[in-house]
Write a protein that binds this ligand. Structure first.
Ligand SMILES: Nc1ncnc2c1ncn2[C@@H]1O[C@H](COP(=O)(O)OP(=O)(O)O)[C@@H](O)[C@H]1O
Ligand SMILES: [Mg+2]
Length: 319
């Protein structure tokens, strides 16, 4: 449904987006991650046809967004960054207006507004003016605008930004529901959101795509992914290390002592057999008669992967 090919955007001498390519299929929820200033919003503005690319192209539902914008934009619902709304309209007035500019009139319009209001939990503020809404309600009003025409493609720029944990949860549930029959791309810097909602994630840094994979594939890029950690009592650290290192499938072993117990971490010699490593460690502990109260396999942490493949703001060269 969405094909992004070699997308480039220059702002004067600054290249904000640099040869970005990816696709989103129907039924897919793509998380678009990256530090502040990485180029997420600029990419999304180009996907929706809000700004033209310097080069490259975007195809939505078979239509080139720049050459054939009307049919492409018909398919797209867009929640821009910071959720802009007309603040002097009521929620109902704003959504009716959004439905009309999407070509809905009469009972079809009323039905579309009713449905979007229900999905975004806006019943209680329907006749309140947008400028008196709390942030969560204003955000959901703008989200309701993006789904009013039941689009096949949703482009949501930080849909959970500034919401409280309950509201975040509601939006994630909504995305999961929509995701079953739409193609969704949403940006976030909340990494748990990737696990909670995404089928795939693309990470960009300084305009470049630096990772593209399922949450599990991305986690597996963590240095410690597949390692097994063990906490043992009543045995010396050296003995624990020697025995663990003697396992045929063990790679590097590190140990530390803390408060009477030994904390050991075993990296697999071969990352593809990490399941067997946990079993081998447990069997060894059984044979040795070790008392252990913790044994777990590290799946890899997205925040660590994110930190190792993107540069923090403070280390970036001045623009
Ligand atoms: N209209 C613009 N004019 C000049 N620079 C811009 C403009 N929009 C964005 N930028 C710059 O492009 C880079 C990417 O911005 P943006 O896409 O908003 O990042 P993100 O959404 O990932 O935080 C930033 O350095 C930003 O300052
Ligand atoms: Mg942004």
């Amino acid at each position: 449904m969405i094909t992004v090919e070699n997308l480039v955007k220059d702002f004067g001498p600054k290249r904000a987006v640099n040869r970005v390519s990816f696709t989103v299929k129907k039924g897919e929820i793509l998380g678009f991650l990256g530090p502040n200033g990485a180029g997420k919003s600029t990419t999304m503005r180009m996907i929706t046809g809000f700004i033209p690319p310097t080069s490259g192209r975007v195809v939505v539902g078979g239509h080139d967004v720049n050459e054939d914008p009307i049919p492409a934009k018909r398919l797209i619902g867009y929640l821009p960054e910071s959720a802009p709304c007309y603040s002097d309209m009521t929620v109902h007035g704003f959504l009716s207006f959004a439905a009309e500019i999407r070509g809905l009139h009469g009972s079809a319009k009323e039905e579309a507004v009713r449905k979007a209001v229900g999905l975004c939990f806006l019943e209680s503020v329907l006749h309140q003016s947008v400028d008196t809404l709390s942030k969560g309600f204003r955000h959901r009003t703008c989200l309701a605008q993006s789904i009013i025409h039941d689009p096949e493609v949703l482009v949501l720029d930080e849909p959970t930004d500034g919401l409280d944990p309950n509201q975040k949860h509601e939006i994630r549930q909504l995305l999961k529901r929509f995701g079953q029959n739409k193609a969704i791309i949403f940006s976030t810097h909340i990494l748990e959101e990737v696990d909670a909602v995404c089928s795939r994630a693309v990470i960009i840094d300084r305009g470049h795509v630096v990772a593209n994979g399922t949450p599990a594939e991305l986690r597996a890029r963590h240095d410690l992914a597949g390692s097994v950690s063990l906490r043992v009592q009543g045995v010396g650290a050296e003995a624990v290390r020697d025995r663990l290192a003697g396992l045929g499938i063990a790679g590097k072993v590190t140990v530390s002592s803390e408060a009477g117990s030994v904390l050991a971490r075993v990296l697999p010699r071969d990352r593809t057999i990490s399941g067997d490593l946990a079993r081998a460690v447990a069997e060894l502990a059984g044979r040795e008669g070790w008392r252990f109260d913790e044994l777990k396999t590290e799946e890899g942490r997205l925040d660590e992967v994110f930190r190792t493949i993107t540069q923090p703001d403070s280390r970036r060269p001045a623009e």
